[in-house]
Design a protein around this ligand. Structure first.
Ligand SMILES: Nc1ncnc2c1ncn2[C@@H]1O[C@H](COP(=O)(O)OP(=O)(O)O)[C@@H](O)[C@H]1O
Ligand SMILES: [Mg+2]
Length: 430
């Protein structure tokens, strides 16, 4: 049976056998439409050459036969465009295997596509806390990180972008300090140009005894209001005053910039949504993250999820844009005799995941980006967070943070906090 995953391997096979025909073209695009049906897009000039056109029809006919039901009829399968750039408009092309002059364009229903990696933002470093699964201790680690950075006198801006399952604000702010509005409200109000009126009332400051300060921008305000109705609208693109669409991740960036100029933070911590999800994509790839902390607990689901993401970044040729911002974090590491064995297994799996993203080095060659499995400063080397009874139960986290002491935080989160000190202090090597 032919399913979506077979489309590209078969297309490569078919086009390889017709290299001579393809060689006569300036370029060729394999267009996978929203339904996953393939058309070939060709330069206009090919249509004026009847002999070539016949051959291309035959190539498409053969391809269509083999990838059915992911094809159109031969008549509908070929499209002509004046320029390659024009044909690619609104999407980015990636090369089809090693076939010269042939690219794939992929039309997706979602807007954020994981493949356009924004450059590191020039303002305060944006540290994204991401995971494939929920319940791995990510928000708790973020709260502890915010506290620790504030203890060092830093101004810390915290954004709860896990809008579908928010929880950070209750962890860092007591009920009487919760602001009236949150990020969801801003995204909805921005659609009617009313977002900025909310800015003064969409953050709360932590009352934890720290020399620096924590500014928390929650997912929702004190009262959730019509949260489901708001959530269903906040991912909308907006038409700007010139009628051009502005994607919601661009809108989100606009919000982060406003918040940055308002609060002048030294560092921005972002709690992302979990999984290979559109909102998570915006946090990981669109916000100009300085560092993406990839939370993992040992288990197949973690690694298959991350593997899918890494394969995609490699296929699209963007892995080098993001690989030096990634760092693995091991959440909820057993705090008993299993610890060492657990971490060794996790390191092995993590290395297997990252290895493909490292440069291959010939003997005697100096690599820009290559790490051994046992290298402790490698991106795959897990920053271990200890499971600790005292941290169990998010509901009491706010209460807990009030009484927390440095030794206790260091014992559970020390590796992560040291990493953040280095990352925020001097940035990562490239
Ligand atoms: N270091 C830790 N030790 C023990 N329990 C923890 C630790 N970190 C988090 N937890 C608990 O694990 C659960 C999930 O944590 P949370 O931070 O909400 O995870 P996530 O944000 O990944 O969903 C919560 O009940 C939390 O109290
Ligand atoms: Mg969470």
């Amino acid at each position: 049976m032919i399913t979506f995953d077979r489309i590209l391997p078969i297309t490569i096979e078919v086009l390889r056998t017709h290299r001579d025909v393809i060689a006569r073209l300036e370029w060729l695009l394999v267009n996978r439409d929203l339904n996953g049906r393939v058309r070939l897009i060709l330069p206009d000039s090919a249509a004026s050459d009847t002999d070539l056109e016949q051959q291309l029809k035959a190539v498409y006919g053969e391809l269509a036969e083999r990838i059915k039901p992911h094809a159109h009829s031969t008549e509908a399968g070929l499209l002509y465009e004046a320029s390659r750039d024009g044909a690619c408009h609104g999407t980015s092309a990636f090369p089809l295997g090693d076939i010269e002059k042939v690219w794939v364009i992929d039309r997706l229903a979602t807007e954020s596509r994981w493949e356009t990696i924004a450059e590191v933002s020039s303002g305060a470093p944006r540290i994204v806390f991401f995971s494939i699964k929920g319940g791995v201790g990510r928000s708790t680690a973020l709260a502890a990180s915010a506290w620790s950075l504030a203890m060092q006198g830093k101004r810390v801006l915290v954004l709860d972008l896990d809008l579908e399952s928010p929880g950070l604000s209750s962890a860092l702010l007591p009920p009487d300090r919760q602001p009236a509005y949150g990020i969801t409200d801003w995204l909805v109000e921005d659609l009617v140009d009313n977002g900025d009126a909310l800015l003064a009332d969409m953050y709360g400051t932590s009352d934890l005894p720290t020399s620096g300060s924590i500014y928390l921008v929650p997912a929702h305000g004190r009262a959730m209001g019509e949260y489901v109705s708001k959530l269903g609208r906040c991912w909308m693109p907006k038409r700007n005053h010139r009628g051009a669409p502005e994607s919601w991740s661009v809108r989100l960036n606009r919000l982060v910039e406003h918040l940055e100029s308002l609060h002048r933070p030294d560092v921005i911590l972002i709690d992302s949504r979990a999984g290979i999800d559109e909102v998570a994509a915006a946090c990981v790839t669109d916000l100009g993250a300085h560092t993406v902390l990839m939370f993992a607990i040992q288990g197949q689901q973690t690694w298959t999820g991350y593997q899918a993401l890494f394969s995609y970044w490699m296929q699209r040729g963007v892995i080098t844009d993001i690989r030096n911002r990634l760092q693995l974090v091991a959440g909820l590491v057993p705090d008993d005799e299993r610890r060492l064995e657990y971490l060794t297994a996790l390191r092995g799996d993590s290395y297997a995941l990252f290895e493909d993203t490292y440069d291959e080095v010939e003997p005697g060659e100096i690599s820009h980006w290559n790490f051994e499995e046992d290298d402790d400063v490698a991106p795959h080397s897990p920053l271990a967070i200890r499971w600790n009874r005292g941290w169990y139960g998010m509901m009491s986290l706010q209460q807990r943070m009030v009484h927390v002491d440095q030794t206790e935080v260091t014992s559970a989160f020390g590796m992560l906090l040291d990493f953040l000190d280095r990352a925020v202090g001097q940035g990562r090597p490239t």
